[in-house]
Design a protein around this ligand. Sequence first.
Ligand code: KIV
Ligand code: ZN
Length: 513
Amino acid sequence: MRTIEIFDTTLRDGEQSPGVNLSTNEKMEIALQLERLGVNRIEAGFAAASPGDLQSIRNIAKRVKNSTIVSLSRARLQDIDKAWEALRDAESACLHTFLATSPIHRKYKLNMTKEQVIENAVAAVKHARKYFDLVEFSCEDGSRTELPYLIEVVQAVVDAGARIVNIPDTVGYTTPAEYGNIFTQLQNNVRGIENVRLSCHCHNDLGMAVANTLAAIEAGATQVEGTINGIGERAGNAALEEVALAIDTRKDFYQATTNLKLEEIARTSKLVSRLTGMFVPGNKAVVGANAFAHQSGIHQDGMLKESSTYEIIRPERVGVKATRLVLGKLSGRAAFKDRLVELGYELGQEELNEAFTRFKDLCDRKKDVSDEDIVALIDSKLVDVPEAYILENIQLSYGNNSVPTASIRVRTAAGEVLEEAACGNGSVDSIYKAIDRVTNEDVVLEDYKIVSITHGKDALGEVYVRLSQENGERTVQGRGVSTDILEASAKAYLGALNKLIARRSDAVEEVVM
Ligand code: KIV
Ligand code: ZN
């Protein structure tokens, strides 16, 4: 059995998804969960992209101990120096530098000859090796590069000291057979390739990212790059949970394994979905809400007789538990704490007290509180920013033949109570206009989504909003959870506004964890 190493780029390529903009604390939260999941490498960002990115990588590098922390870097010496600044305190660090190699990129993007590309790639790898023991080189658009030239580039960077060589299918163009062949040819033609880890990195423009990744594994790749839930540029990257489950379920075929704790997959997927605001479609493989649901009578009958008739993955394998309705308003603090520990939360006394108060408040509105409710309750509060405004009260007047009117009362961080009212096109619109008035903020609502977290009439609703300011220069996300969708809408909006205000004063980026 070969061990396939997992390189997660949710925080870098994943964050390149349109509209996704994670705060420093949100990135930390995801990184800690990726460490729990057992990924070998976490690409935490691109240090030279901004001081905020550098700080995030630095924070993650200081805190995460069991995964190698990676920074992306162009093949430029200053970028590599920045990456070292971000990674110098890491227990285990890797520098990932890249340069495009394909004829299209050489001609139109880089305006470089083949020789210049090799010269720059080699210089970058040599410079990086002065700081880093582990250096990865990526041939951007490698799958559209002439194969003899690709072999030349890989030979040059291997000779220069790259220990991982990655061949991205940057634009999701290749087919499984073609992509696999690249890996075979590299192994047959590059001297010393047996001492180098070959890595695949696939985009999903033609819906083939996972298939291409698996073809590369078949052909000898031992590192897979991808993201949780397959988020990323355009149509996204290879979904790591799908690759991991394909390897695990078809061990007989791939003769390979990963070090992932597969039972952490569902939790990781939910966290990434919540923090990025990129919801997972119900029919998504492995982590979609319907992935383990059986609808037709024939299938249900088969399942009752023997689950392997229609189920190739047991839900528990990826951490999906049958919902247990165990807690309610008679549950005490000890039972609540036990359940939190089972769900993977270790809260300090103060956080626990605060969570318990919110749990009791939820029990007043909802008879049975499920594990999913508790996760939503905790996660919606864990990633906090300094709150410039705290929601105190919402009052709404609504009729299908009258203009909705909302009045809002908030408390400022200084303790001042402010109140405003506004009319709108609908209830949510009137709430948002009243909040704009009371906070005196000028924002654009870029996105609004609502989902039900659990089932039933008293289910918790989760609202996700994306706001921008200054012509899109600053974008933030906010989430709100409540049994009442209008309250959830107000919480999400005010939470996002608080983030905007915090980000403006740079308070969020300066939080060093
Ligand atoms: O898709 C790609 O080519 C990349 C590289 C920067 C590795 O993400
Ligand atoms: Zn990519």
